[in-house]
Structures are given as structure tokens and as C-alpha cells.
Design a binder for this molecule. Sequence first.
Ligand SMILES: [Zn+2]
Length: 345
Amino acid sequence: MHIRACRESSPSESVSESAVDREVQKSSTALTTAPAGYLVEPRMITVGSETEEFCETEQVRCSACGYTAETRLDTILIPSTRGLKPWKRCSACQAYFLVESYMPRQEVTHTEKTSWGKSDTGKELNRFKKRMFLSVIRLLKRYCPPPASLLDVGCSYGGFLMEASKAGYEVRGFDIVPEAVKYVNSQGIPAEMSFSISELDSVDDSSLDVVTCLDCNYYWPDQISELSNAYAKLKPGGYLVMRVVDKSWLLSFGLSLRKLSGKAGERVIRAAVNDHRFAMPLRSLLKVIRKRGFEVEYASPRGALHSDQTRPLVKLSFAFGTALWEAGRLVFLAPAALILATKPR
Ligand SMILES: [Zn+2]
């Protein structure tokens, strides 16, 4: 099996009436020139019994923190639902990140095959994640009670938007999956197809009270830009709320385990990565959020559990990870966290 990980040339999208094509055209320049680095020199690397061909990189920009490595970073081949792909570990923020240009059309096709991208399972997830949605609303009400304007980034089939609307917020959302956007609109909630907050022409700068990004930042090709875009759209005193996965610790464990037991290690790695584009330590993410100008008011695994039906082992990890984090905010070993940050007045 061979993997070509070379930078692909910018796609020349043909003119089409479809929503995907229109959004791809809007996004192609901004997104494909973003963070994946400049890839040259194909060479071979062997992991276990498989030999892979990949392209070495001269410079690679970390999609999690924006740092461009001055020296070459080791390539780590990581298996996920995206296939066996080259990743790097950022020396600045310690995030692992996928080295692959962001291709908008491919990202839509990929997402449409996931449980949150398909219509039937996407709507089921609305119900499954209700516990987490209500936790986010409870947290938000402490800082920014309704009525308040709220934009949900990567709204999927609108589960959070519907709960926030019931709670009294004036909601709108966007997503990259056309079917999801259509469904949200059918529920009487404004939503549009977009790849980035910056492309929402209908949302003025400094106009929103709240931007929510629940389970979506690790798909962004350039987290720094998107956090800046969220900052720009918020009013002074507005709030950014994120549910983020941090399984970077589990990925580190899986990579060590793979050296001892290939199959066991790969199972852990796949559980840690899912189909994400980066795995960033929470403490690094909080630094990045503060660097964008936000003040972090809340950051904890508490409230980030999706459902009462979540698997017992994951629940245990949340309970243990929450206790550990809240003991001193030094060690993060939970699967995910909620973050609430404010744009200073
Ligand atoms: Zn980084």
C-alpha cells in the first residue's frame, strides 16, 4: 500500500449551481493555501510490515497553534478513518496534527459518510448529545442569559440550536453538509452552508453575543484563523463556548504501546484520533485562546459528557479526569472539556 501525502495543487472548481460547489469556490483559495506546509521529496517509511511512500516536508505549519517549524519534525504514520496518514507533533504546542492540505469538497464527502454527517444518524445524535447540549446552556446562562444572539459553528443537524432556541436564544448556524443545513432550515432555524465563520456575509463583525463550537474545532484547517474570526464576529463582552476533545494523552500512550504491540497500539490510536485533523492538549488550547485576546472564564471536563448512555469506561474516564483536573488544573486525562471564554469589553 502506498500513501501519497504530497501537497495537491489548488483545485480549479467548475462553475456549478450546487451549494457545495458555491461554497467550495468561496473557500478554495483561503483553505487550500492554509496550513499543511510545502511537501517535497517522496521517500519510503516502514511501519510494521507495511511500507509507505510519503513526501517529506520542508516547512510545516501546525494547524492547531499556527507555529511553523524551522527544523524538520519527525513524521508519524497514524491510522484513522481517513486512512494511514502522515502526522507531525508540534514542538510549540505539543499537538499532533495531520499533514494534508484541506480540500473542501473531499471534506464534505468524508463528513457525509460519518454518523454526524448522515441524515438518520445525525438526527439520532441530536438526541444522544442532549445531556451535553443542556450542560452548555446551563453554563452559558450563568454568563449570558437569553435573549442573546448565538451562532453555532458546525451545527450539524441542529440538536444544540433547537435546545438553545427553546431556552430563549436567538439562534443561527452553519455547517459544511448541505443535507444538515436543509434539515435545520426545515425546523425553522436559519442556517447556511459555509466552511468558515469569516465567510458569513450576513453576520456583521461585533454583532454576536455568543459563538458556540461544539465538537468541531479539530476539523478546522487553521484553528488560529478561525478563533480570530470568532473573536471578530463577537460583540465586546460576548462569549465563545467550545466543547473540545483532548485525547492527545491517549494518542501518546497508543504510539508508545504500538512499539510493544502493534495491534493493541493501533486500537488505542484509532480511538484517540477518530477522524480528527489534530489532537491538542487542553492547556495548549487555553494558551492559544488567550493569545487571540479572549479571557478564559471556564475550562473543565465537567459538563462535557455527551449522554447518560455513554459507555461506562468513557464515563469513568470523565469522572477520574474531572477530579484530577479540578485538583490543580495541571494534568488533563479526560476525553473532552467545555470552555467558556469572553471577548473583553
Ligand atoms: Zn502547534
